[in-house]
Design a protein around this ligand. Structure first.
Ligand SMILES: Cc1cc2nc3c(=O)[nH]c(=O)nc-3n(C[C@H](O)[C@H](O)[C@H](O)COP(=O)(O)O)c2cc1C
Length: 210
């Protein structure tokens, strides 16, 4: 990086990597956990429906139950906690509350709110992959914000898709409304992440059209 200007956010992005080895004895400050989850909760979402739930797994016995479901990845038990980011398959049900509050605050008229809510319900009722696509897409933004917030506070994370979703749903009583999208370990690194590279930028940018 030859550029001299390196704002803090870019530094955090550059320094985030997937850490697999954590200090199991580290006592994670509750206020930092809250800051991290709050940052995740600030993610953007389509129609602001906020298609996520964070199942925080920090109890040692719950981590032990998760371990075999997550391919025995040791970051599950060594990290301070694991966040299972769940996507909301019925996020349209949030619309009335969210836009109702906007009417109460004077940001929307009741007529616009009703139009928006019926558009959203129409999209969700149209069949196809919309509920699932939206759940996964929007929950993923929250996941990324969570990982960057943790890094900004001096912690490390590892996103994990390597788990059995059906077994996870059963073991942790996940309601049908939610789809598990990602597990994220959070904690104090004991060893740095393995080195990982990226394709050169010119290989991943396409200008205007293929
Ligand atoms: C959707 C997703 C699933 C992943 N699943 C796992 C996993 O199950 N176990 C693991 O150790 N790393 C997992 N990773 C981490 C990737 O291997 C890692 O992000 C990639 O190699 C780049 O390295 P870096 O994150 O350290 O920069 C996953 C990452 C993503 C985004």
């Amino acid at each position: 990086m030859t550029q001299q200007i390196f704002p803090e956010t870019l530094k955090v992005i550059a320094e985030r990597h997937s850490v697999k080895s954590y200090d199991p004895d580290f006592i994670f400050p509750e206020e930092h956990k809250e800051l991290i989850l709050n940052a995740a909760n600030q993610a953007p979402s389509s129609w602001n429906l906020q298609h996520w739930k964070f199942l925080v797994i920090d109890d040692p016995s719950a981590k032990q139950r998760l371990l075999p479901i997550a391919s025995n990845q040791k970051q599950v038990t060594e990290s301070s906690f694991v966040v299972a980011v769940l996507g909301d398959l019925q996020a349209n049900l949030n619309a009335e509350t969210i836009y109702g509050a906007a009417v109460e605050s004077g940001f929307l008229t009741p007529e616009i709110k009703d139009t928006l809510v019926s558009q959203i319900n129409g999209a969700y009722a149209s069949g196809g992959s919309i509920p699932r696509d939206e759940a996964i897409r929007n929950a993923s933004f929250a996941s990324m914000q969570l990982m960057l917030a943790a890094k900004a506070l001096g912690y490390d994370t590892c996103p994990m898709g390597g788990f059995n979703p059906a077994a996870f749903v059963q073991e942790f009583n996940i309601p049908e409304r939610y789809i598990p999208t990602l597990l994220i370990s959070v904690g104090k690194a004991a060893k740095p992440a393995y080195a990982s590279g990226r394709f050169p930028l010119e290989q991943v940018i396409v200008k205007n059209s293929f």
